[in-house]
Design a protein around this ligand. Structure first.
Ligand SMILES: [Zn+2]
Length: 110
């Protein structure tokens, strides 16, 4: 007689451990995603607002170039009073009217 667990018990222990690890990994991934998702969505909304402001600027003025300056888009005289800020601290590139503005956080540009 030995103190070794029988193979069946050993198998169930291994399976239970694997199941627990998978469960914890999934829960942690879901929690991380649910924390990031609203920020990415808010950022995407900001980028859309910036693009709308660029198009409004281009249609209202006869722009000398294709790239608006910050003061062309944001301020008391404009629909966007303040420059939108990425909730995750990403930096925005306004870019040309013909291009979409981008956030320095790659996942926010999807
Ligand atoms: Zn962002």
């Amino acid at each position: 007689m030995t103190n070794q667990p029988t193979p069946a018990i050993l198998r169930w222990t291994v399976l239970a451990t694997i199941a627990l690890v998978v469960l914890l990994a999934t829960a942690s991934a879901l929690m991380t995603r649910s924390k990031q998702y609203p920020q990415a969505r808010a950022c995407s909304f900001n980028l859309k607002q910036i693009q709308r402001a660029k198009l409004a600027w281009a249609s209202m003025t006869n722009p000398p170039g294709d790239s608006p300056r910050e003061e062309d888009l944001f301020g008391p005289a404009h629909e966007l009073k303040n420059r939108p800020v990425c909730p995750s601290g990403g930096l925005y590139t306004i870019g040309k009217v013909s291009e979409k503005p981008t956030c320095s956080i790659a996942e926010h540009n999807r």
